[in-house]
Design a protein around this ligand. Structure first.
Ligand code: PHE
Length: 468
């Protein structure tokens, strides 16, 4: 994808698709898209929101959201990107003009740029937690510790703004360096080695989790739906997470889709990416919950869940310091490739829209994200009782960090996805879609109907239920 990265650096508007360079292969696109999708969302967020929302029924709704909402929208986003052939904002504009629509549609992609800013700001703080745990694991501090002392290590980290700031800064810098240089070919290679490695390490932890004697309980917790535990807000969280974990609703898949060669099946690649992403999340659940139950921990412990459970496992298993260090290193890589994909659309937008060069746009956008991230850092300690929108019942008790997470995953991304679904399903001509997707008529019409009717209605209903 070397051509693609160099022309993305140029970022000029109005280039023909052919000139931008394409992914070297179907695998290259899958790797990049998986690199974006698999991240903290799968390993950090999925287990803790599953714990908070009571397990099985939540997982079932989440899986349905992936299949019936996420997948169709992913296909729609990739399609817009490939057909438009530009950055998300200009792809939307190009298609809108092809189809004789108002250029205002490009604002849909602008919602995405905003979401990217907000997500990266707190994502970087959590990426920082992972960096900090590499040191903790490598220096053998986890070995043989009790659940209490592992918990104390975590609260010690959260209570130390300077440390959090340092790691947040380092994570942000890592993301900025790659985006500024546009070295996506290097990234492609990195993803192809690191993703399988992460998968293997997760399998090792799952293997350990099987020895705790509580594996069956964890499987039941994850896969036996108890609908009495499901709330309407749980459904919103499951829907929002489907967008978050698949990197939808903010233009990432459009940006990556713009480099996809015409002869590659959008449907097959999207299905592959969704399956891999879901597999990682479920494996993370299977690794974490046996440890939770074996140690009498609270499944609903919140955002700290993996940092309070996995270190326990690494502290107890043979060669735990080694596996622990490796695990957190791989987690950083997974978060890094996602972080890069969060910053990339913003930088492309600044380049095309504001005519800034890549370095200036990266540094500018990175600093704004970093500053916002400082607010998240402080909301974990000094500002832990600051709840900016606390007067609304919906946002009651939410700190700045909670608020950013909630607003992006549960409002902005589904909204972005809904608009893409309407754009593709209702404004683009059926013929254009058919030629772009090249599926059998039967599967095409299923996808088309789901995108036109089911997706928008599902998102709208969940929104209305939660807002009213
Ligand atoms: N999908 C990423 C994860 O699960 C997060 C992300 C969201 C990345 C939106 C890009 C866009 O960690």
């Amino acid at each position: 994808m070397s051509n693609a990265s160099s022309s993305a650096e140029g970022g000029a508007m109005g280039q023909a698709t052919a000139k931008r360079g394409l992914w070297s292969s179907r695998l290259a696109f899958i790797l990049a898209a998986t690199g974006s999708a698999v991240g903290l969302g799968n390993i950090w967020k999925f287990p803790y929101i599953t714990g908070e929302n009571g397990g099985g029924a939540f997982v079932l709704v989440y899986l349905l959201c992936i299949a019936a909402v996420g997948l169709p929208i992913m296909m729609a986003e990739v399609l817009v990107g490939r057909r438009g052939g530009h950055s998300p904002v200009n792809s939307m504009r190009a298609i809108a003009s092809q189809e004789g629509l108002k250029p205002a549609w490009r604002w849909v992609a602008a919602v995405g740029v905003l979401a990217g800013f907000l997500i990266l700001s707190f994502y970087s703080v959590i990426g920082g937690w992972a960096i900090s745990y590499v040191g903790t694991a490598a220096t053998g501090q986890l070995a043989g510790q009790s659940a209490e002392s592992i918990g104390a290590i975590f609260s010690g980290l959260l209570g130390d703004p300077m440390k959090l700031l340092l790691w947040h800064t380092l994570f942000m810098a890592l993301v900025m360096v790659v985006v500024a240089r546009g070295v996506r070919s290097g990234l492609e290679r990195a993803v192809s080695i690191l993703m399988p490695a992460l998968f293997v390490l997760l399998l090792i932890v799952v293997g350990y989790a099987m020895t705790t004697g509580h594996f069956g309980q964890a499987v039941a917790f994850l896969f036996q739906p108890d609908f009495s535990k499901l709330t309407t807000s749980g459904v919103l969280v499951a829907l929002g997470h489907a967008f978050f974990t698949l990197s939808l609703g903010m233009g990432v898949m459009m940006a990556y889709g713009s480099y996809l060669p015409k002869n590659i099946s959008i449907a097959k690649t999207s299905v592959t990416v969704s399956i891999m992403d879901t597999a990682v999340a479920l494996l993370a659940g299977l690794a974490i919950f046996p440890i939770v139950f074996a140690n009498g921990l609270e499944p609903g412990a919140g955002p700290g869940l993996i940092f309070q459970t996995l270190p326990l496992a690494f502290g107890q298993m043979p060669m735990g310091s080694l596996f622990g260090t490796l695990f957190f290193v791989l987690l950083i890589f997974a978060a890094w490739t996602s972080g890069i994909s969060l910053l990339e659309p913003i930088v492309e937008w600044l380049e095309e829209q504001k005519g800034m060069n890549r370095t200036v746009s990266t540094v500018g956008a990175g600093i704004v994200c970093w500053l916002l991230g400082v607010a998240s850092v402080l909301s974990l300690n000094l500002w832990s009782d600051v709840t900016p929108l606390g007067m609304f019942t919906m946002f009651e008790g939410k700190t700045i960090f909670d608020l950013l997470d909630f607003l992006t995953a549960n409002i902005l991304l589904p909204l972005g996805g809904l608009l893409v679904a309407v754009f593709v399903g209702w404004t683009m001509s059926r013929k254009a879609l058919e030629s772009e997707l090249d599926m059998s008529p039967g599967t095409f019409s299923i996808w088309y109907r789901v995108l036109r009717y089911f997706t928008p209605v599902a998102v709208a209903v969940v929104f209305v239920y939660n807002l009213v």
